[in-house]
Design a binder for this molecule. Structure first.
Ligand code: NAP
Length: 350
């Protein structure tokens, strides 16, 4: 279909059906191509019209599926509208002076083939294209920045520290482990399968790894790998793992609270039993939100791009093809189906 002011295209979308409680299901979303979009930014606007290439499946999208009240960090998705999240896209048209047709960008976009982005300050132009574009959903995007600030800025690591990382084969965890190894730390990761244990030890350079699903006593497992205790815990999961870690922290240790994925599907928040350890062991436990640190993005790129080019960092990605597979793929994060950064390929970059 053509109109005088830009082609009009069918736009396949992943629509959020209704607010979710408990475990998210594929049927909480549906895929439709019933709407159309004009491939032109409205005249006089600063909007940017993009073709989406890659979409990131991130655990916080589950939080946005619930009814959120009074949060300064997230808003709920709107039932009947497409999901939104981080992605990589190509600019088709722009009313914003900083973006032009053909630019590659990453940032907040819609779960659809084409998006009209009305707040382009949420987009970053991609300047380095000698690395895979999909990395801007992971290693060079929010998960990479999260690993960088959560480890280097929040934990104040030192050479020789004993570091424990949970969800260690995921988008964030695999990088925390590698950043810690590059600093000369001893690093152990916990993951949910034997395949992931093998990857951590044989591909990502962790010193040790264990499958938390096979450990009946997490305290005993941690004592096995950290007989002298843990200096730094990078927290991704919460629940029983955090309680067990609290029993194994060394005096003056640091806990960087990045995420608590085991809580996101609970209707009632879960409590902890061993918090007094924070007092007696003088532990600093600090939560952080990566968006507060985006002024450090250039510093992060300066550090990480040479590591990628020199092959000093490996990045595991789990890329599925097709927007229609988005709902099942997103839901798979909560059973650990992803191995590495979970990405949906919407369209190949030409
Ligand atoms: P991810 O690790 O790529 O994917 C999630 C993984 O979590 C799954 O593969 C699964 O791995 C594990 N998992 C799922 N349910 C679990 C449960 N009930 N108990 C234990 N493990 C479970 O995700 P990511 O993008 O790297 O995110 C990791 C954490 O960082 C999340 O908590 C996320 O919310 C948080 N985050 C925080 C910020 C921030 O600004 N603070 C920014 C980005 C991400 P297994 O097979 O190992 O179970």
């Amino acid at each position: 279909m053509a109109s005088g002011e830009g082609e009009v295209m069918r736009n396949k979308q992943v629509i959020f059906r209704d607010y979710v409680t408990g475990n998210p299901k594929e049927s909480d979303m549906y895929v439709t191509d019933s709407s159309t979009i004009k491939l032109k930014a409205p005249q006089g606007s600063v909007a940017v019209l993009v073709k989406n290439l890659y979409l990131a499946c991130d655990p916080y999208l589950r939080i946005r599926m619930g009814r959120i009240e009074g949060s300064s960090v997230f808003t709920s998705f709107t039932p009947g509208s497409p999901l939104s999240g981080f992605g990589v896209a190509k600019v088709l048209d722009s009313g914003h002076p900083e973006f032009k047709e053909g630019d590659l960008v990453w940032g907040t976009t819609g779960w659809e083939e084409y998006s009209l982005i009305t707040e382009p300050e949420q987009l970053f132009k991609i300047h380095h294209t000698d690395v895979p574009l999909s990395y801007y959903t992971g290693l060079l995007g929010v998960p990479g920045m999260t690993a960088f600030v959560g480890f280097h800025e929040v934990c104040s690591p030192k050479r020789g520290d004993s570091v424990f990382v949970s969800a260690a084969a995921g988008a964030v965890g695999q990088l925390v482990g590698q950043f810690a190894k590059l600093m000369g730390c001893y690093v152990v990761g916990s993951v949910g399968s034997k395949e992931k244990v093998d990857l951590l030890k044989n591909k990502l350079g962790f010193d040790e790894a264990f499958n938390y699903k096979e450990e009946h006593d997490l305290d005993a497992a941690l004592k096995r790998y950290f007989p002298k205790g843990i200096d730094i815990y990078f927290e991704n999961v919460g629940g029983k793992m955090l309680d067990a870690v609290l029993l194994n922290m060394r005096p003056h240790g640091h806990i960087s609270v990045c995420g608590m994925i085991s809580h996101y599907n609970l209707n009632q928040p879960q409590g902890f039993s061993n918090l007094t350890s924070l007092i007696y062991n003088r532990i600093r436990m600090e939560g952080f939100v990566v968006f507060d640190y985006f002024h450090l993005y250039p510093k992060f790129l300066d550090m990480v791009l040479p590591y990628i080019r020199e092959g000093k960092i490996v990045y595991l990605e789990d890329i599925v093809e097709g927007l229609e597979r988005g709902p099942a793929t997103l839901v798979g994060l909560f059973s650990g189906r992803n191995v590495g950064k979970q990405v949906v390929l919407v369209a190949p970059a030409e």
